[in-house]
Design a protein around this ligand. Structure first.
Ligand code: FES
Length: 106
């Protein structure tokens, strides 16, 4: 599958410990700046759809703001049952800009 690079943020607008929601091709994506770098995943918790960009970060984990399910942002896996996983997207850091590699529709 081919991918497109899409600019999603300036590094300066995403401090360590923060997340941000962006809309790409009709899908809401959460971008995070963790202590272990930048990550991106779909922005809907697998439990009841909470916006994960508003969750707390612990290392490279995001904790859902509604009922505290915890996901590893490196692979999207639900910590209590890794058979379930969020979709994740590679984040590329270039100069001041952050880009996501997003699957192309074509
Ligand atoms: S909606 Fe995320 S844990 Fe319930």
């Amino acid at each position: 599958m081919s991918t497109r690079r899409i600019k999603v943020a300036k590094k300066s607008e995403l401090a360590v410990g923060k997340g941000k929601a962006v809309m790409i091709q009709g899908q809401e994506i959460a971008v995070f700046h963790t202590e272990e770098g930048f990550f991106a995943c779909e922005n809907a918790c697998l439990h009841q759809g909470a916006p994960l960009d508003q969750g707390d970060l612990q290392g490279c984990m995001v904790i859902c703001p509604w009922h505290a399910w915890k996901f590893n942002l490196k692979d999207g896996s639900f910590v209590s049952d890794p058979a379930f996983a969020l979709k994740t997207y590679p984040v590329i850091s270039e100069g001041e800009d952050l880009w996501i590699e997003f699957p192309s529709k074509n």
